[in-house]
Design a protein around this ligand. Structure first.
Ligand code: GLN
Length: 447
């Protein structure tokens, strides 16, 4: 009730939620209390949480921030939702997000922009802006989120909270509305690394319903939290500190590195030479995958359907014209174009080759260091409306996050300081494949 009351009081300003269902939350909380009374409580039984509106949850509207799914009550739950439910976590509501997770500012939601709790004129970041804003405003202790090109790390950074995107394949995508399937990965946003570790323990795990889910032994992500950092080799990619990085952000990251050095970490300069190419490669591959994933929204099986139409093709056209927002349409157009006959080799295939080069850059870098540190975004949160008219400017702000997804690596953001306007700045920690426990340890020692 503490959190529900807080949501009621503060959400009208923040718009971090798409759905809140007080009666249902209270019923779930009562069930958790009963489990506790019966001696069946686990570590997280009764802990309130929020799901990004991209995770299907049985009986809850799962809109994915789109008019297309505004009428969609999910008949089943995502693997992540099932796991959270089984652990006894109680859902407070469903977090606002950019439509189909396409965006970096949360201005692309059908339900309106989310405000940054630190400054209501600022964006909270995207696409998981509702999750990050809700944690930052203490409307929930933890939230789920997804990261296709930065959507966990960047809003966590802009809202001064902690978030981790695991290695691709660690968290099941079953029931997570698909954007770009080869890049999408779920993960937690919380106040601190320790809470992220506890949440990841619940969210991760093999699931045969996702063909890219990895069959690995269960891990305890808290196991390395208290290790000293002495001897840890920390790589600083030259390309992450080049032109375009805001001076205040650079200073916060330098101070963070100095702090880790004080704790015994060794700093090595590394190079990720293809960093710049991550933007064109990502903005070919992600729209290509999105254009096919979103072909399912045809008005026939579920979701929005135009009220009036002449024939089947007219129904498809009107449904999609009405149901999708401008950015989603832009991605579908770009994606269909780069996959089309005659352009496939020049764009899509080329982008896939660059993707391999980017993964190889990281492979070489991890021969010299254990974790990579850098900024999450070139600036702290920008103002609402500042970049919404210029998609290319918006895409450029993803420069430090996209390569991690293209390589399938884990990445996280941990609060590190503020810019001169008092807007939060996150430190990005990039790990090698399955390096989550080590990254969480670095973050925990830093916090
Ligand atoms: N900003 C990127 C995009 O718009 C990443 C979004 C995400 O990670 N879901 O595609």
């Amino acid at each position: 009730t503490h959190y529900l009351d807080r949501i009621e009081a503060l959400n009208p300003q923040l718009n971090a939620f798409i759905t809140v269902d007080r009666a249902r939350t209270l019923a779930d909380a009562a069930a958790a209390d009963a489990a506790r009374a019966a001696g069946q409580a686990g570590l997280l039984t009764g802990v309130p949480m929020v799901h990004k509106d991209i995770f299907c949850q049985q009986g809850w509207k799962t809109s994915c921030g789109s008019k297309m799914l505004d009428n969609f009550i999910s008949p089943y739950s995502a693997h992540v939702v099932e796991q959270c439910h089984a652990a006894g976590l109680v859902t407070l509501g469903r977090a606002n997000m950019d439509e189909f997770a396409m965006g970096s500012s949360n201005e692309n939601s059908y339900y309106g922009a989310v405000k940054n709790p630190w400054d209501l004129n600022a964006i909270p970041g995207g696409s998981s802006g509702g999750s990050a804003a809700a944690v930052a405003a203490r409307l929930t202790p933890v939230a789920t989120a997804t990261d296709t090109g930065g959507s966990i790390r960047q809003p966590a950074s802009h809202c001064g909270v902690t978030g981790i995107k695991p290695t691709y394949g660690v968290v099941s995508r079953y029931g997570m509305v698909a954007y770009a399937s080869s890049l999408d990965q779920g993960g937690p946003i919380a106040q601190a690394a320790e809470d992220c570790a506890l949440m990841l323990n619940v969210m991760a795990g093999f699931d045969e319903r996702d063909s890219t889910s990895l069959e690995r032994a269960r891990e305890d992500y808290t196991r390395e939290l208290n290790q000293p950092l002495s001897g840890l080799r920390v790589g600083l990619p030259r390309e992450y500190f080049a032109a375009g990085l805001d001076a205040d952000v650079a200073k916060v990251i330098e101070d963070a590195v100095a702090e880790l050095k004080k704790q015994g970490a060794q700093v090595v300069e590394i190079s990720l030479p293809n960093t710049e190419l991550s933007i064109p490669a990502y903005y070919v591959i992600a729209p290509a995958e999105a254009s096919t994933n979103l072909s399912r929204y045809d008005g026939v099986r579920y979701g929005h359907r135009a009220a009036e139409y002449k024939d089947l093709v007219d129904m498809y056209e009107k449904t999609r014209a009405e149901g999708f927002g401008a950015e989603v349409k832009r991605r579908i157009l770009v994606g269909s174009y780069v996959l089309s006959h005659g352009y496939y080799d020049a764009y899509y295939l080329k982008a896939q080759k660059i993707r391999r080069l980017i993964a190889n850059d990281f492979k070489a870098a991890f021969e010299q260091c254990d974790v990579i540190l850098g900024p999450v975004a070139p600036t702290a949160a920008f103002n609402i409306g500042e970049k919404s008219g210029d998609p290319v400017q918006m895409y450029l702000s993803d420069i430090y996050t996209l390569s991690v997804n293209l390589a399938g690596l884990p990445g996280m953001s941990v609060p590190a300081g503020f810019d001169r306007r008092g807007r939060p700045v996150g430190l990005q920690i990039i790990g090698n494949y399955f390096g989550e426990a080590k990254m969480l340890n670095v973050a925990h020692q830093f916090q």
